[in-house]
Structure formats: C-alpha cells, structure tokens
Write a protein that binds this ligand. Structure first.
Ligand code: ATP
Length: 519
C-alpha cells in the first residue's frame, strides 16, 4: 500500500478512537502539528515511561533532568545550529510544492533498493531452498545494474552533502529523472538552504527585545547542565543524563502525519565517558537500544541499524535504528558518538570550564559523549502502525466479518480493562462500578454499557484494550465473570478475585524491562 494511503488509514483510525487529532481542527488545522487525545496521551505516557525507566531505573549511573525550552541564544551559536541546522529545499514550479532535496534523493534510492529486494524475493521463490542470495546479487544482470545505479547516486549524494554543494544536489535530482509526485514534472527550481529553527523574542519593548529560539533538540539542555548534575550528584564517569521534552523544527516536508512534525517530543540521553572509550560505549548503546525495541515483541527482523558512512565533522561513529514501517525502513532513533565537540564548544563560547576532574588520574579533561536520541511521536507512530491489524473473522454460518484490532503490547495500552455489564439493570452496572473502584488504583479501566456486547468488543479492539470483562447474572451469585482476551478472542470464566493477578502480570513494565537488562 502506498505511504499516503497508510497514513490516511492510520490518521483516520487515530482520530476516530481518540488517539491523535489535527491541531486547531475547527480552524482547518495547522500543518504538521497534532494534538493527542484521551487514548493517545495514555499511550504516549506509557512509551515515555518505558524509555525513562529503561534509562533511569535500570542504570544507577543515569539520572534525569527537565531543562527549559528557551535557552540563551549563544547556545545555538555554540552548538552550530544557527549556522548549520539547515535543510536543502527545492520547489517544483508546476505544482508549487516544496520538497527537501535530500529526501527526494533518499526516497529515489530507497525505490531502487526496493526494486532489488523485489528481484531477490522473486528469485528466492523461484529457486526455493537452493537459493543463494549472495551469489544472485553478484551475478544477476538486472540486480547488478540497479546496484551500480544506486552506488553511483549514493557516492555523488554523500559528496554533495559533505561539500554542502547545492547545485550538485539539484543535478542529481535532474540526472536521476526524479519527478514531482504531484505534478509529475521535472520542472525544479534551484536548491536553497533553509534554517529549521523557530525564533521569537523576549523583552517587552521592541528596542529591548532579544531574538531567542525554541529549542530544536533537547540535548543542549543536557550539555549546559553537565557540570551542575555531575557536581550536585557527585557523578563519576561514565554517567548519563536523560531528558524528555518538546523540540521544534520548521520542517519543510509536512505531509507525513506524526512522522515529521514541527512540534514534537524527543527522548535523549547523553552518556559522558572517558576520551578513548567512546567507541566501546557506542557499541554498548547500540546493543542496549536495539534490545529496548525488540522487547516490544514486534519481530526482531523489523529493526535494522543504518550505520552512517558520512559522518558529521564532530562525530566518530553514528547509526540510526530503523523500523520497518508499512512504507519501508525509516529512522526512529539516532545513536551518535559526538566526541567532546559539544562540551568543548560550550567551554569556548561561555568561557566556563566544562571539564571533569578525574580522581583516579588526578587530572581534568573534557569527557566524550555518546548520545541516544529518539522521537517520542515517531515511536508512537511505530507502535500504532505495528499494532494496527485488520482481521477477517469467519462466522459459523460461513459468512465473514471484519475487525480492526490494535494489538498494542499490553503494558503500553491506554486502557487495560473494559468493564461491561451485560445489561443495564438487575444490579449489574453496580457490580461493574464496584470492580472499577477496586481496580482503578492499579489499572486504567473503562466502563462501557452501550450497544451489544459484540459491538463493545469491537470498540475495545479498535482502541487496543487487552482485556474485556463481562458481568452477567451469574456474577451476582458466584462472583465470577467472563474475561475476553483481545488477541485470541478467547473467553473464559474467572473469579473476580483473580483479576488483579491475571491482568497485573501482563500489563506490568517489569517483563519488558527485565528483557532489556544487560545480560
Ligand atoms: P530526520 O533525518 O528524519 O529529519 P534527524 O536525523 O534530523 O531526523 P535527529 O536530529 O537525530 O533526527 O533527531 C533524533 C530523533 O528525533 C529522530 O530519530 C526522530 O525520531 C525524531 N525526530 C526528528 N525530527 C523529528 C520531527 N520533525 N518530527 C518527529 N520526530 C522527529
């Protein structure tokens, strides 16, 4: 299915079930800005907690902070954002649509990669067991010609980005015959640089006003607090500082639902280490972070590392963790070994020493940093697109029905338990209410007595509620009820008193957190 159709489907589902709403909708919305609804906010909180606990609970040497969105403007000069936080943009003269030149080229390359994958897939089916992928890649003419094309574009693209050569980027677009997806033409403008930072002003009078930026990443708030935390927490290297918070980028491409937003949340952790050990820590964090993803149970093969061959001047290693979205592998997290660049820059610009006194060596130095940086909203999109299922259900009479079910990991699901009285009389609603009053301290419960039980199940499936319980007349007599499991749709009779145990185990964060602990 095309990327746009998938986004359409997910967007509609998220809106219908209280996950994500377009911002300012009654005023026709605001491009690339979204609001989270009653279920979305719960899922987001749970993802945030999963990340936070995996950092701060599981590591004695990682602590959290919450720094302000506004920071001294010199910080963004020191970090390089004022001068170099740019995207190359290009317009199509016929459709008047604006694109990121780098993304047009990357998507074109992903398209060629997809063609290679399809050739390999076809051949694998044809040859069966005997298929040798490596040999096929090295000998099949069609695959070789795609690969040659891909390597050619990739080399030119890397060089152009490194050299900041905007003319060459345009030339690659022309030579690769990339067309505008809207107009279908190749009538492209020049490529221009565009700074992604939003700015505003502080100060009440025009004369006294100062230009100030909305932070485009949370990391700088960590760097400038490095010594505050180190000293007040008496932290010894290696140690980490974690932060979750809003970031703002004036993104040019804004047609991708919550994949690319202008206001979004990041979950970042900067790990400060002794110079010379950073590449070992980089490997450590690569493994730790991929375990975090895999513990969700969406399939190990749906994640891959994309190591950067072209490194920013301050990095000595970098990789992205990519998830296989329904529209292809895309970055969800970046892991970067940033050397001592950031602290050194802040030392230079602020005139304050940003050094760590190493009691073992008896000397001071600027530590190196390995950072892990993940978008909370992009992770949200990953979880909902991985959980969204349309299932055909065969009925006994041979006909079939359809259900949309969000197979969210139970510990992340916004609602853990839907409590449903079979009928709205005979004291059943009161029993349901009593159960909720009892369980609400541990689980997010939802009361639902509208429509038939079947329709209520469908509604909860669409929300992703892992457990539904039905109170019927028998409940009044023997304190048992029916529990129905979302994924298997199996129903069983259990005692009311068993509920905390049955639900508690599956919705606890402990299981996934234990899985990602260091072996
Ligand atoms: P991209 O290449 O997709 O623009 P990036 O490499 O600029 O991303 P980083 O600056 O490394 O991204 O940010 C770390 C993470 O923050 C990304 O992996 C992504 O999950 C998230 N992120 C970045 N920009 C956005 C955005 N505009 N909307 C939502 N999430 C974002």
């Amino acid at each position: 299915m095309a990327q746009e159709d998938i986004f359409k489907k997910l967007t509609a589902h998220c809106k219908e079930y209280g996950y994500v709403f377009p911002s300012s909708e009654i005023y026709d919305g605001l491009s690339a800005i979204y609001d989270y609804g009653q279920h979305g906010v719960e899922l987001k909180n749970n993802i945030r907690k999963y990340w936070w606990d995996s950092m701060v609970l599981l590591h004695e040497n990682i602590v959290g902070i919450d720094s302000a969105i506004f920071m001294h403007p010199a910080i963004w000069k020191a970090s390089g954002h004022v001068d170099a936080f740019n995207d190359p943009l290009i317009d199509n003269r016929d459709s008047k649509k604006r694109y990121r030149a780098d993304i047009l080229i990357e998507e074109h390359m992903a398209g060629i990669d997809g063609k290679i994958d399809r050739e390999i897939g076809k051949a694998a089916r044809r040859f069966g067991e005997a298929f040798d992928e490596k040999q096929y890649r090295e000998t099949n003419k069609r695959v070789l010609s795609y690969q040659e094309k891909l390597d050619g574009i990739s080399a030119r693209y890397s060089k152009a980005m490194n050299d900041n050569n905007l003319q060459e980027l345009r030339q690659i677009i022309l030579d690769s015959e990339i067309v505008c997806p809207v107009s279908g033409t190749r009538n492209w403008t020049e490529v221009r640089q565009f700074n992604l930072m939003f700015s505003t002003e502080t100060g009440s009078t025009a004369e006294g006003a100062n230009k100030i930026y909305l932070r485009p990443e949370t990391a700088q708030g960590i760097f400038v607090n490095f010594l505050n935390v180190q000293k007040t927490g008496r932290m010894k290297l290696p140690f980490g500082i974690a932060q979750v918070g809003k970031a703002f980028r004036n993104e040019i491409v804004a047609r991708q639902f919550i994949f690319r937003m202008r206001e979004f949340e990041q979950m970042e952790m900067q790990f400060f280490v002794k110079p010379g050990t950073e590449l070992e820590w980089f490997e450590y964090w690569k493994e730790a972070r991929i375990r975090w993803f895999r513990a969700l149970g969406f399939g190990d093969d749906n994640y891959r590392f994309h190591d950067h061959t072209k490194l920013a001047h301050y990095a000595n290693a970098a990789t992205d963790i990519e998830y296989k979205f329904p529209f292809g592998f895309r970055e969800v997290e970046g892991i970067h070994s940033r050397t001592d660049f950031d602290l050194r820059q802040h030392q230079q610009y602020s005139g304050k020493r940003m050094q760590y006194f190493d009691p073992e060596k008896g000397e001071s130095y600027i530590p190196c940093v390995v950072e892990t940086s993940i978008g909370l909203d992009r992770m949200f999109l990953h979880i909902i697109s991985a959980s969204y299922n349309e299932e055909e259900l065969k009925k006994d009479d041979g006909s079939s029905d359809m259900r949309v079910v969000m197979k969210l990991p139970a510990f992340l699901a916004p609602v853990k338990l839907a409590v449903m009285p079979l009928v709205r009389k005979d004291g059943l609603p009161e029993i349901a209410e009593k159960i909720i009053q009892n369980l609400k301290f541990s689980f997010n419960c939802q009361y639902d007595d509208k429509d038939s039980i079947g329709r209520r199940y469908r509604r909860q499936d669409a929300i992703g509620t892992p457990y539904c319980i039905t109170i019927d007349h028998q409940t009044r007599e023997d304190e048992t009820l029916t529990i129905r499991y979302r994924d298997s749709m199996i129903q069983e009779r259990v005692a009311v008193s068993q509920l905390p145990e049955i639900i508690g185990e599956k919705v606890s964060f402990e299981g996934p957190l234990r899985k990602i602990q260091d072996e």
